[in-house]
Write a new protein. Structure first.
Ligand SMILES: Nc1ncnc2c1ncn2[C@@H]1O[C@H](COP(=O)(O)OP(=O)(O)OP(=O)(O)O)[C@@H](O)[C@H]1O
Ligand SMILES: [Mg+2]
Length: 280
């Protein structure tokens, strides 16, 4: 079953021409006081690839997204987009670079309906601020914004939820809505932080199909603890542990690396309740 009609593919307006890296991070270090959360981390993301960041809790995965998103400052390191060196983006510049992200939690605004939450994501193409201007939009602008948001909800399989409030959503449905909010800007690069957390196998299977549809038109960097899911969707895997990349390559190659086995076995030994899906 196809989740998406081909004509509705989300990143259709993004033109990926480079055969080289769409995104490259070189030697990034980030520290919080005395803690080195990222230590000399380099990753490369090719067009139309799914790149997975995996590793135990506290390894630095979300911090990497936060550095790319301008939420934490880099101590050192470089970021290149389509092989051009740029300054570390500020949060408001991300959309202009074609980068969208979902948060590790769900992050929906409770005072707004589902479709309004998604409209917030589309608003980055407008000069004005949605919250400030929602009441002042011309009816035509509002109609267009809502159309885009409804399309993104449909891409994420959540069109039927449009008029609900976030508190009425099940957890899997709220994950779909937060994905729609990222998709609505038609990103070239989608950063997904634990999108499958809390989802059952059915939803993960649907999400797997969605990832394959999306990657035809954009690149995806995904942080995830569901290792089976990662094994199915990833072209390239980076394994982080204590802020360092300890392995990278295809899933099948990294899963055999002794350093990776150590990192995961260490996690399991020190946490008797750890989920078996984390095991390699
Ligand atoms: N804003 C912050 N201030 C201080 N320390 C932080 C901050 N953000 C992250 N850290 C610390 O940096 C380290 C890396 O955290 P990060 O959230 O990036 O890990 P993670 O790999 O995403 O873990 P998880 O799988 O649990 O989400 C942790 O030790 C964390 O406590
Ligand atoms: Mg995290």
């Amino acid at each position: 079953m196809r989740l998406l009609p081909e004509s509705a593919l989300v990143c259709l307006e993004s033109t990926l021409v480079s055969e080289n890296n769409l995104l490259a991070i070189n030697s990034l270090s980030v520290s919080f006081g005395g803690l080195k959360a990222l230590d000399n981390v380099s990753i490369e993301v090719k067009p139309n690839n799914v790149v997975a960041l995996i590793g135990p809790n506290g390894a630095g995965k979300t911090t990497l997204f936060n550095a790319i998103s301008g939420l934490v400052p880099a101590d050192s390191g470089q970021i290149k987009l389509e092989d051009n060196l740029i300054s570390w983006p500020k949060p408001h510049e991300l959309a202009g670079y074609g980068i969208a992200r979902t948060l590790q939690g769900v992050g929906l605004f409770s005072g707004l309906s589902v479709v309004e939450n998604v409209m917030m994501g589309a608003d980055i193409h407008r000069k004005s601020n949605f919250i400030k201007d929602i009441l002042g939009l011309s009816s035509r602008d509002e109609y267009e914004l809502k159309e885009k948001a409804m399309q993104a909800l449909a891409w994420a399989g959540a069109a039927h939820l449009a008029e609900l409030e976030p508190k009425q959503l099940t957890y899997p449905d709220s994950k779909r809505v937060s994905l729609a909010r990222a998709l609505v800007m038609m990103p070239k690069i989608l950063l997904l932080d634990e999108p499958a957390a809390g989802l059952g196998q059915d939803d993960i299977d649907k999400f797997t199909k969605l990832i394959f549809d999306l990657k035809r038109n954009c690149s995806i960097v995904i942080v995830e603890h569901h290792i089976d899911f990662i094994s199915r969707i990833s072209d390239q895997v980076y394994v982080l542990n204590f802020g360092k990349v300890i392995a990278n390559g295809t899933f099948d190659s990294v899963k055999r690396e002794p350093a990776v086995l150590d990192a995961y076995l260490g996690t399991q030994q020190s946490n008797s309740s750890s989920n078996s899906s984390r095991a390699l």
